[in-house]
Write a protein that binds this ligand. Structure first.
Ligand code: ZN
Length: 240
């Protein structure tokens, strides 16, 4: 446990639920930030509150460290993106090979807002669920991009600030293993029942891996990772 304060970029999905737990095992005070950029659905914003509440209920040690939630309206930015996440375009690949769910520069914007909030709140760590292992290859999720962003924020804010990305090198199966290592079956249950990953905002059908449409890229990835983790015997990730 370090005395540092951390601000977690928290969307209410599987990855950000796992990194919230990760931060709560490491830092004395942990706050969360979420962005409303004009998602097709508000399911994601609702999931954020539910996951925070469940974590506070099930983990008394973590409840003591879990601080404020910050919600930031960046719908003007979402209007610029105009991708499959925020409009009714189909989810497919563009000329760069990037899925139309890619919102250009989105993570850079998130990090800039988060750094401004962290500065005000005296937090020296930003924690994000970015992953370059088996996600869709978003260039602003790569560690090289985040290293450059970390440098820019340190210089621009003239303060010590780090961007932690504990999932960066993990597969989706290992992310389930990290959740188990951090919070056992109680945390796995929160991820399965309460976190929300589906791009389409579907929560009708409960699959073995949680709720979602089952067809969009986010559901497909989540389902595949869960299946791999189960096939491996649901191991806890060593050293998480
Ligand atoms: Zn889906």
């Amino acid at each position: 446990m370090t005395p540092s304060s951390a601000l977690v970029l928290f969307s209410g999905g599987q990855d950000s639920t796992t990194i919230l737990a990760w931060a709560l095992t490491r830092y004395a005070r942990v706050e969360t930030i979420g962005f409303d950029y004009g998602q097709r659905h508000q399911v994601e914003m609702t999931a954020r509150s539910v996951v925070r509440d469940r974590i506070a209920e099930r983990f008394p040690d973590w409840r003591a460290r879990l601080g404020d939630d910050h919600r930031v309206d960046i719908r003007t930015f979402g209007a610029i993106g105009e991708t499959a996440l925020t409009s009714q375009r189909a989810i497919e690949a563009d000329a760069r090979g990037l899925p139309t769910t890619f919102v250009p520069g989105r993570n850079l914007v998130f990090l800039t807002y988060a750094a401004a909030v962290a500065d005000r709140r005296g937090a020296s760590r930003l924690v994000g669920g970015m992953c370059e292992t088996d996600f869709s290859g978003y260039p602003d999720c790569r560690r090289a991009t985040l290293d450059a962003m970390e440098t820019a924020l340190r210089l621009g804010l003239d303060r010590e600030l780090s961007i932690d990305t504990p999932l960066m090198r993990l597969t989706k199966a290992q992310t389930w293993g990290m959740a188990k290592a951090l919070g056992g079956e109680a945390l796995i249950e929160i991820v399965l029942e309460d976190s929300h990953t589906c791009y389409l905002g579907e929560r009708g059908l409960r699959h073995d891996w949680g709720y979602g449409c089952g067809d969009c890229p986010a559901c497909t990835l989540r389902a595949k990772g869960y299946a791999e983790w189960v096939a491996a015997g649901r191991p806890a990730l060593a050293g998480a």
